[in-house]
Design a binder for this molecule. Structure first.
Ligand code: GRG
Length: 294
Protein backbone atom coordinates (compact mmCIF):
# COMPACT_ATOMS: atom_id res chain seq x y z
CA UNK A 1 0.00 0.00 0.00
CA UNK A 2 2.80 2.41 0.91
CA UNK A 3 4.58 1.88 -2.43
CA UNK A 4 1.40 2.26 -4.42
CA UNK A 5 0.34 5.32 -2.41
CA UNK A 6 3.64 7.02 -3.37
CA UNK A 7 2.96 6.31 -7.08
CA UNK A 8 -0.62 7.57 -6.74
CA UNK A 9 0.53 10.73 -4.95
CA UNK A 10 2.96 11.53 -7.78
CA UNK A 11 0.33 10.85 -10.45
CA UNK A 12 -2.28 12.98 -8.67
CA UNK A 13 0.15 15.89 -8.37
CA UNK A 14 0.75 15.74 -12.13
CA UNK A 15 -2.95 15.30 -12.97
CA UNK A 16 -4.23 18.75 -11.95
CA UNK A 17 -2.05 21.61 -13.19
CA UNK A 18 -1.14 24.57 -10.97
CA UNK A 19 -2.14 27.15 -13.62
CA UNK A 20 -0.77 30.16 -11.74
CA UNK A 21 -1.40 32.58 -14.63
CA UNK A 22 -4.89 31.25 -15.42
CA UNK A 23 -7.72 33.72 -14.65
CA UNK A 24 -9.38 30.82 -12.80
CA UNK A 25 -6.20 29.89 -10.89
CA UNK A 26 -8.18 30.00 -7.64
CA UNK A 27 -10.27 26.99 -8.56
CA UNK A 28 -7.19 24.95 -9.56
CA UNK A 29 -5.68 25.89 -6.21
CA UNK A 30 -8.80 24.80 -4.37
CA UNK A 31 -8.94 21.49 -6.30
CA UNK A 32 -5.30 20.77 -5.50
CA UNK A 33 -5.74 21.79 -1.85
CA UNK A 34 -8.17 18.93 -1.20
CA UNK A 35 -6.84 16.42 -3.75
CA UNK A 36 -3.29 16.58 -2.36
CA UNK A 37 -4.24 16.86 1.31
CA UNK A 38 -3.31 13.26 2.05
CA UNK A 39 -5.87 10.54 2.66
CA UNK A 40 -5.31 6.81 2.55
CA UNK A 41 -5.74 6.56 -1.25
CA UNK A 42 -7.72 3.31 -0.82
CA UNK A 43 -9.77 3.72 -4.02
CA UNK A 44 -6.90 4.31 -6.48
CA UNK A 45 -4.88 1.54 -4.85
CA UNK A 46 -7.84 -0.82 -5.34
CA UNK A 47 -7.97 0.14 -9.04
CA UNK A 48 -4.26 -0.56 -9.48
CA UNK A 49 -4.42 -3.88 -7.57
CA UNK A 50 -7.50 -5.03 -9.52
CA UNK A 51 -5.74 -4.32 -12.84
CA UNK A 52 -2.65 -6.14 -11.59
CA UNK A 53 -4.74 -9.22 -10.69
CA UNK A 54 -5.32 -9.73 -14.44
CA UNK A 55 -1.76 -8.95 -15.47
CA UNK A 56 -2.53 -5.42 -16.68
CA UNK A 57 0.29 -2.84 -16.48
CA UNK A 58 -0.06 -0.02 -13.91
CA UNK A 59 -0.08 2.70 -16.59
CA UNK A 60 -3.34 1.27 -18.04
CA UNK A 61 -5.08 1.83 -14.68
CA UNK A 62 -3.36 4.98 -13.36
CA UNK A 63 -5.57 7.63 -15.06
CA UNK A 64 -8.69 5.85 -13.78
CA UNK A 65 -7.07 5.40 -10.35
CA UNK A 66 -6.51 9.18 -10.22
CA UNK A 67 -10.07 9.79 -11.39
CA UNK A 68 -11.37 7.64 -8.51
CA UNK A 69 -9.51 9.84 -6.03
CA UNK A 70 -10.79 13.03 -7.77
CA UNK A 71 -14.37 11.75 -7.42
CA UNK A 72 -13.86 10.69 -3.82
CA UNK A 73 -12.28 14.07 -3.00
CA UNK A 74 -15.09 16.04 -4.64
CA UNK A 75 -17.64 14.05 -2.64
CA UNK A 76 -15.75 14.92 0.57
CA UNK A 77 -15.64 18.63 -0.36
CA UNK A 78 -19.40 18.70 -0.97
CA UNK A 79 -20.15 16.48 2.05
CA UNK A 80 -18.34 18.94 4.35
CA UNK A 81 -20.33 22.01 3.16
CA UNK A 82 -22.57 23.80 5.66
CA UNK A 83 -25.67 22.66 3.73
CA UNK A 84 -24.60 19.00 4.11
CA UNK A 85 -22.55 17.69 7.08
CA UNK A 86 -21.13 21.13 7.96
CA UNK A 87 -17.62 20.10 8.97
CA UNK A 88 -14.46 22.11 9.67
CA UNK A 89 -11.82 19.38 9.61
CA UNK A 90 -10.88 16.92 6.86
CA UNK A 91 -7.68 14.94 6.35
CA UNK A 92 -6.25 16.78 9.35
CA UNK A 93 -6.69 20.24 7.76
CA UNK A 94 -9.45 22.87 7.54
CA UNK A 95 -12.15 21.81 5.06
CA UNK A 96 -12.14 23.28 1.55
CA UNK A 97 -14.98 25.77 2.15
CA UNK A 98 -13.30 27.03 5.36
CA UNK A 99 -10.28 28.05 3.26
CA UNK A 100 -11.86 29.04 -0.09
CA UNK A 101 -15.48 29.83 0.83
CA UNK A 102 -18.64 27.87 -0.05
CA UNK A 103 -18.83 29.21 -3.62
CA UNK A 104 -15.33 28.13 -4.67
CA UNK A 105 -15.62 24.82 -2.74
CA UNK A 106 -18.78 23.92 -4.71
CA UNK A 107 -17.08 24.85 -7.98
CA UNK A 108 -13.86 22.98 -7.11
CA UNK A 109 -16.01 19.88 -6.45
CA UNK A 110 -17.83 20.36 -9.77
CA UNK A 111 -14.51 20.81 -11.58
CA UNK A 112 -13.04 17.63 -10.05
CA UNK A 113 -16.22 15.71 -10.96
CA UNK A 114 -16.06 16.65 -14.62
CA UNK A 115 -12.27 16.52 -14.89
CA UNK A 116 -12.26 12.92 -13.62
CA UNK A 117 -14.10 11.80 -16.77
CA UNK A 118 -12.01 13.97 -19.07
CA UNK A 119 -8.91 12.47 -17.49
CA UNK A 120 -9.97 8.84 -17.97
CA UNK A 121 -10.99 9.37 -21.60
CA UNK A 122 -8.01 11.54 -22.59
CA UNK A 123 -5.15 10.03 -20.61
CA UNK A 124 -5.81 6.29 -20.88
CA UNK A 125 -5.37 6.08 -24.68
CA UNK A 126 -2.33 8.36 -24.44
CA UNK A 127 -0.39 6.34 -21.83
CA UNK A 128 -1.80 2.86 -22.63
CA UNK A 129 -2.76 2.78 -26.34
CA UNK A 130 -3.16 -1.01 -26.17
CA UNK A 131 -6.35 -0.71 -24.05
CA UNK A 132 -9.34 -1.21 -26.38
CA UNK A 133 -11.63 1.84 -26.68
CA UNK A 134 -14.73 -0.18 -25.71
CA UNK A 135 -13.07 -1.03 -22.38
CA UNK A 136 -12.52 2.69 -21.70
CA UNK A 137 -16.16 3.33 -22.56
CA UNK A 138 -17.25 0.67 -20.06
CA UNK A 139 -15.02 2.26 -17.43
CA UNK A 140 -16.71 5.64 -18.02
CA UNK A 141 -20.19 4.09 -17.74
CA UNK A 142 -19.36 2.14 -14.54
CA UNK A 143 -17.78 5.19 -12.95
CA UNK A 144 -20.59 7.59 -13.88
CA UNK A 145 -23.23 5.20 -12.53
CA UNK A 146 -21.37 4.80 -9.24
CA UNK A 147 -21.36 8.52 -8.45
CA UNK A 148 -24.81 9.51 -9.79
CA UNK A 149 -28.34 9.11 -8.44
CA UNK A 150 -27.89 5.33 -8.39
CA UNK A 151 -24.64 5.69 -6.42
CA UNK A 152 -23.08 8.31 -4.15
CA UNK A 153 -25.69 10.98 -4.82
CA UNK A 154 -28.56 8.56 -4.08
CA UNK A 155 -26.86 7.40 -0.87
CA UNK A 156 -26.30 10.96 0.27
CA UNK A 157 -29.95 11.92 -0.41
CA UNK A 158 -31.28 9.03 1.69
CA UNK A 159 -28.67 9.72 4.40
CA UNK A 160 -29.63 13.39 4.70
CA UNK A 161 -33.35 12.68 4.69
CA UNK A 162 -32.97 9.93 7.33
CA UNK A 163 -31.25 12.13 9.94
CA UNK A 164 -33.19 12.16 13.19
CA UNK A 165 -35.63 9.51 11.84
CA UNK A 166 -35.97 5.90 12.99
CA UNK A 167 -33.93 3.94 10.41
CA UNK A 168 -33.92 0.16 9.99
CA UNK A 169 -31.21 -2.10 8.65
CA UNK A 170 -32.56 -2.04 5.06
CA UNK A 171 -32.30 1.75 4.80
CA UNK A 172 -28.93 1.76 6.54
CA UNK A 173 -27.61 -0.83 4.08
CA UNK A 174 -28.99 1.23 1.17
CA UNK A 175 -27.14 4.32 2.45
CA UNK A 176 -23.84 2.51 3.02
CA UNK A 177 -23.97 0.57 -0.26
CA UNK A 178 -24.63 3.74 -2.25
CA UNK A 179 -22.66 6.36 -0.31
CA UNK A 180 -19.55 4.28 0.23
CA UNK A 181 -19.52 0.85 -1.43
CA UNK A 182 -20.52 2.11 -4.92
CA UNK A 183 -17.25 3.97 -5.49
CA UNK A 184 -15.14 1.11 -4.13
CA UNK A 185 -17.12 -1.13 -6.51
CA UNK A 186 -16.32 0.96 -9.57
CA UNK A 187 -12.69 1.33 -8.42
CA UNK A 188 -12.29 -2.47 -8.51
CA UNK A 189 -14.49 -3.18 -11.52
CA UNK A 190 -12.72 -0.53 -13.62
CA UNK A 191 -9.29 -1.83 -12.61
CA UNK A 192 -10.39 -5.31 -13.68
CA UNK A 193 -11.78 -4.01 -16.99
CA UNK A 194 -8.53 -2.19 -17.74
CA UNK A 195 -6.53 -5.30 -16.83
CA UNK A 196 -8.45 -7.27 -19.47
CA UNK A 197 -10.66 -9.38 -17.14
CA UNK A 198 -13.43 -11.60 -18.55
CA UNK A 199 -17.04 -10.63 -17.75
CA UNK A 200 -17.29 -13.48 -15.22
CA UNK A 201 -14.14 -12.29 -13.42
CA UNK A 202 -15.37 -8.68 -13.46
CA UNK A 203 -18.46 -9.87 -11.56
CA UNK A 204 -16.26 -11.64 -8.97
CA UNK A 205 -14.41 -8.38 -8.42
CA UNK A 206 -17.74 -6.56 -8.10
CA UNK A 207 -18.81 -8.91 -5.30
CA UNK A 208 -15.42 -8.59 -3.61
CA UNK A 209 -15.76 -4.80 -3.77
CA UNK A 210 -19.35 -4.62 -2.52
CA UNK A 211 -18.36 -6.65 0.53
CA UNK A 212 -15.25 -4.62 1.34
CA UNK A 213 -17.26 -1.45 0.59
CA UNK A 214 -19.93 -2.27 3.14
CA UNK A 215 -17.25 -3.37 5.62
CA UNK A 216 -15.42 -0.06 5.02
CA UNK A 217 -18.48 1.88 6.13
CA UNK A 218 -19.27 -0.42 9.09
CA UNK A 219 -15.69 0.21 10.30
CA UNK A 220 -16.18 3.95 9.64
CA UNK A 221 -19.26 3.84 11.93
CA UNK A 222 -17.22 2.02 14.60
CA UNK A 223 -14.30 4.48 14.36
CA UNK A 224 -16.71 7.40 14.70
CA UNK A 225 -17.32 6.29 18.30
CA UNK A 226 -13.96 4.67 19.18
CA UNK A 227 -11.31 6.98 17.64
CA UNK A 228 -10.33 10.60 18.33
CA UNK A 229 -10.47 13.50 15.85
CA UNK A 230 -6.64 13.52 15.81
CA UNK A 231 -6.52 9.85 14.83
CA UNK A 232 -9.20 10.28 12.15
CA UNK A 233 -8.15 13.67 10.75
CA UNK A 234 -11.87 14.53 10.80
CA UNK A 235 -14.38 15.30 13.55
CA UNK A 236 -15.03 12.24 15.71
CA UNK A 237 -18.47 11.39 17.18
CA UNK A 238 -20.07 13.23 14.26
CA UNK A 239 -22.73 10.53 13.71
CA UNK A 240 -23.85 10.80 17.35
CA UNK A 241 -23.94 14.60 17.08
CA UNK A 242 -26.13 14.58 13.97
CA UNK A 243 -28.32 11.75 15.31
CA UNK A 244 -27.48 9.34 12.49
CA UNK A 245 -28.31 5.66 12.59
CA UNK A 246 -25.14 3.57 12.44
CA UNK A 247 -24.13 -0.09 12.80
CA UNK A 248 -22.97 0.37 16.43
CA UNK A 249 -26.29 2.09 17.22
CA UNK A 250 -28.32 -0.80 15.73
CA UNK A 251 -26.13 -3.74 16.74
CA UNK A 252 -23.62 -2.58 19.39
CA UNK A 253 -19.85 -2.32 18.93
CA UNK A 254 -18.94 -5.99 19.32
CA UNK A 255 -21.52 -7.30 16.83
CA UNK A 256 -20.60 -4.50 14.39
CA UNK A 257 -16.95 -5.64 14.43
CA UNK A 258 -18.16 -9.22 13.82
CA UNK A 259 -20.29 -8.06 10.87
CA UNK A 260 -17.26 -6.26 9.39
CA UNK A 261 -15.16 -9.42 9.80
CA UNK A 262 -17.88 -11.55 8.12
CA UNK A 263 -18.04 -9.14 5.16
CA UNK A 264 -14.24 -9.24 4.78
CA UNK A 265 -14.34 -13.04 4.84
CA UNK A 266 -17.04 -13.07 2.12
CA UNK A 267 -14.98 -10.62 0.03
CA UNK A 268 -11.87 -12.79 0.24
CA UNK A 269 -13.85 -15.87 -0.81
CA UNK A 270 -14.50 -14.19 -4.18
CA UNK A 271 -10.76 -14.33 -4.86
CA UNK A 272 -10.41 -18.04 -4.10
CA UNK A 273 -10.08 -19.06 -7.77
CA UNK A 274 -7.23 -16.66 -8.58
CA UNK A 275 -3.48 -17.22 -8.44
CA UNK A 276 -2.73 -16.51 -4.72
CA UNK A 277 0.39 -14.44 -5.42
CA UNK A 278 -1.50 -12.20 -7.87
CA UNK A 279 -4.48 -11.92 -5.48
CA UNK A 280 -2.29 -11.17 -2.43
CA UNK A 281 -2.56 -7.34 -2.65
CA UNK A 282 -6.38 -7.47 -2.82
CA UNK A 283 -6.51 -10.01 0.03
CA UNK A 284 -4.27 -7.76 2.11
CA UNK A 285 -6.35 -4.69 1.25
CA UNK A 286 -9.50 -6.50 2.43
CA UNK A 287 -7.88 -7.17 5.82
CA UNK A 288 -6.62 -3.59 6.01
CA UNK A 289 -10.15 -2.27 5.37
CA UNK A 290 -11.71 -4.56 7.98
CA UNK A 291 -9.24 -3.81 10.73
CA UNK A 292 -8.05 -0.25 9.97
CA UNK A 293 -7.57 2.27 12.78
CA UNK A 294 -8.28 5.51 10.88
C1 GRG B 1 -20.54 12.39 -6.28
C2 GRG B 1 -21.78 14.02 -7.77
C3 GRG B 1 -21.38 13.60 -6.42
C4 GRG B 1 -21.78 14.35 -5.36
C5 GRG B 1 -21.40 14.08 -3.96
C6 GRG B 1 -21.71 14.64 -0.93
C7 GRG B 1 -22.03 13.42 -1.71
C8 GRG B 1 -22.55 13.60 -3.10
C9 GRG B 1 -21.83 12.17 -1.24
C10 GRG B 1 -21.19 11.90 0.07
C11 GRG B 1 -20.30 10.70 -0.07
C12 GRG B 1 -19.45 10.48 1.17
C13 GRG B 1 -18.72 11.63 1.76
C14 GRG B 1 -19.34 9.24 1.66
C15 GRG B 1 -18.49 8.89 2.81
C16 GRG B 1 -17.46 7.89 2.33
C17 GRG B 1 -16.34 7.71 3.32
C18 GRG B 1 -16.36 6.53 4.20
C19 GRG B 1 -15.34 8.60 3.38
C20 GRG B 1 -14.10 8.42 4.13
O1 GRG B 1 -13.18 7.80 3.22
P1 GRG B 1 -11.69 7.49 3.61
O2 GRG B 1 -11.65 6.94 5.01
O3 GRG B 1 -11.07 8.95 3.63
O4 GRG B 1 -11.08 6.65 2.54
P2 GRG B 1 -9.59 9.41 3.19
O5 GRG B 1 -9.49 10.82 3.72
O6 GRG B 1 -8.58 8.49 3.82
O7 GRG B 1 -9.54 9.37 1.69
Amino acid sequence: MKDKAVDVERALDASVPRSLDDPAALVFDSMRYSLLAGGKRVRPILTLASCELFGGPPEAAMPTACAMEMLHTMSLIHDDLPCMDDDDLRRGSPTNHKVYGDDIAILAGDALLTYAFEYIARETPRVAPQVPADRILRVVVETARSVGADGLVGGQVVDIKSEGQPVGIETLEYIHEHKTAALLESACVCGALLGGASDADVEKLRKYALNIGLAFQVVDDILDVTATSEELGKTAAKDLQSDKTTYPKLFGLERSQEIAAELICEAKLQLAGFDPSRAAPLLGLADYIGYRKN
